[in-house]
Design a protein around this ligand. Structure first.
Ligand SMILES: NC(=O)C1=CN([C@@H]2O[C@H](COP(=O)(O)OP(=O)(O)OC[C@H]3O[C@@H](n4cnc5c(N)ncnc54)[C@H](OP(=O)(O)O)[C@@H]3O)[C@@H](O)[C@H]2O)C=CC1
Ligand SMILES: O=C(O)CCC(=O)C(=O)O
Length: 477
């Protein structure tokens, strides 16, 4: 099997091989990928630093053309790349293709943004002086990505970084090197000059740590766990560089008595369990008022019983496997903790055997949960959700906000008054009314508050805030 190598200073460079395993079929090796060394990361950072002056002054047409070409190739290969994604991460094929299309749309969006770079001119308070406000690229950007969105998250970090004239060192999660390698290969062939984009696959504790400790990076953008996010923050403060963190969530979905029941069930099942619940935007706390509670639980349970949990690549599968053995253990541990805490497991929670050996877990639904239980406070990151019964809207809102996280929040209601009040008062970066908490658009800001995020927003034109530095120039003409 050919080794997929790291890209450093425009050259493909080898390293120890690590097998990429399919979570739907652990006998299936998706490919062999290089595990970079600390020296590889140092070389990649040096290459990105050397490439920065020329790339930061490159023409907008060149940047536009490379990003557009990348978008076009990703879109043309959506079925193949979507299948690779499903094979290495365990999302269903439909979800894998959907995410691949989203990555193409992101590159397309930033190809357009390259042509829309703009500044402002203002008069000075001192007559005769003019003021220009412009945005400079930051420099070398370190990109660290998680395993749960192996193509979309790298796309929404790499595309704006390049669009605004930065050079990049990209360290993807070790579990999903396939999609990372594929998009770097596409960008490289699309004509990026040597050193502008460097890929260093390898262990977070080795190559990731070298990135955090390097004084040569001007910014690090990170998505992943709260623990690693804190390390990124501490190291970035030490080096006085910009950083942006997207971490976990414990996202609430409120269901009020006046909700359209069928729509609420769809939004909750999708938000809690699709993509195997492995989304930072997943709704893991379903906060339901008394009048609809029993009907809601019965309808969600019925819907869950009708879902097919199987090999992600198989036609008809609704939910694929958990990503690996360690995430499976985490999910099962929390299912046990929930039962010990006194919540009632009304559906799922057991391992399933399928034709191919994989990490199959039947979606778990708890009822009689309280917001103080660990299953309601800590991110599980699997197909596990708890129903918390509340008296009325006021208690629902207070419960929704009683969390250390603040990424996404939803409400299912036909009341304009409650929807409007919720949008204004819920402590989250993204609010969904009658829509699942997970599954966001590619052209609008993404990010949260409290323990979920730090720094400016990702995606859409708001991404410029992180990837550029504002300059104010005064000219006496
Ligand atoms: N979007 C989100 O909010 C996500 C949240 N999570 C949460 O995190 C939990 C654990 O997932 P996990 O993948 O282990 O998350 P991590 O935070 O460990 O991994 C995220 C990224 O950080 C890298 N990394 C790990 N250690 C370091 C380090 N010391 N310096 C620099 N980079 C490092 C990882 O590399 P490597 O893969 O090589 O370890 C990976 O690329 C999940 O169960 C879930 O709760 C996970 C993924 C996404
Ligand atoms: O819900 C989405 O579409 C995006 C979720 C996400 O970015 C994440 O889980 O890391």
């Amino acid at each position: 099997m050919a080794l997929h190598q790291n890209l450093i200073a425009g050259e493909w460079v080898g390293g120890d091989a690590i097998a990429n395993i399919n979570p739907s079929d652990t006998n299936d090796v998706v490919g062999e990928y290089a595990r970079g060394s600390a020296q590889d990361m140092q070389d990649a950072i040096a290459a990105a630093k050397a490439a920065f002056p020329a790339w930061s002054r490159s023409g907008i047409l060149e940047r536009h053309a490379i990003l557009k070409k990348t978008a076009d190739e990703i879109l043309a290969r959506k079925d193949e790349l979507g299948a690779l994604l499903s094979r290495e991460e365990g999302k269903t094929l439909a979800e894998g293709i959907g995410e691949t299309i989203r990555a193409a749309q992101i590159f397309d969006f930033f190809a357009g943004e390259a042509l829309r770079l703009a500044g402002e001119t203002l008069p000075s308070v001192r007559p005769g002086i003019g003021i220009e406000i412009t945005r400079d690229p930051l420099g070398v950007i370190g990109i660290i990505t998680p395993w749960n969105f192996p193509i979309a998250i790298p796309a929404w970090k790499i595309a704006p970084a390049l669009c605004y004239g930065n050079t990049v060192v990209f360290k993807p999660a070790e579990l999903v090197p396939g999609c990372a390698w594929a998009i770097v290969d596409i960008l490289n062939r699309a004509g990026l000059p040597k050193g502008v984009l460097n890929l260093v696959m390898g262990k977070g504790s080795v190559v990731g740590q070298v990135m955090l400790d390097s004084p040569l990076l001007s910014g690090i953008t990170f998505t992943g766990s709260t623990g690693t996010g804190k390390r990124v923050a501490l190291a970035s403060v030490e080096h006085n560089r910009k950083y942006q963190l997207e971490m976990g969530g414990k996202n609430p979905m409120v269901v009020l008595d006046d909700a359209d029941l069928a729509n609420a069930v769809e939004a909750c099942v999708n938000g809690s369990f699709f993509s195997t619940g492995q989304r930072c935007t997943a709704s893991s706390r379903l906060i339901v008022t008394e009048g609809i509670h029993d009907r809601f639980v019965a309808a969600v349970t019925e819907r869950l019983n009708g879902l097919v949990i199987d090999n992600a690549l198989k036609a008809g599968t609704h939910i694929g496997p958990v990503v690996d053995a360690s995430q499976m253990k985490q999910d099962e541990d929390y299912i046990e903790i929930g039962q010990k805490e006194g919540a009632k497991l009304v559906s799922g929670g057991e391992r399933l055997n399928r034709e191919t050996p994989g990490f199959y877990l039947k979606p778990a639904l708890f009822t009689e949960a309280t917001n103080q239980m660990r299953i309601s406070r800590e991110e599980i990151f699997g197909p596990v959700a708890s129903v918390i019964r509340v008296k009325d809207y006021d208690e629902a809102l207070a419960t929704a906000n009683d969390t250390t996280f603040g990424l996404s929040a939803g409400i299912c209601t036909t009341s304009l008054k409650h929807a409007t009040h919720f949008k204004r008062n819920v402590e989250a970066g993204m609010v969904m009314v009658n829509v699942a908490t997970a599954g966001v658009d590619f052209h609008v800001p993404f990010g949260g508050r409290k323990g979920s995020s730090f720094g400016s927003r990702e995606q859409g034109k708001y991404a410029a805030e992180f990837y550029t530095s504002v300059k104010t120039s005064y000219t006496l003409a």
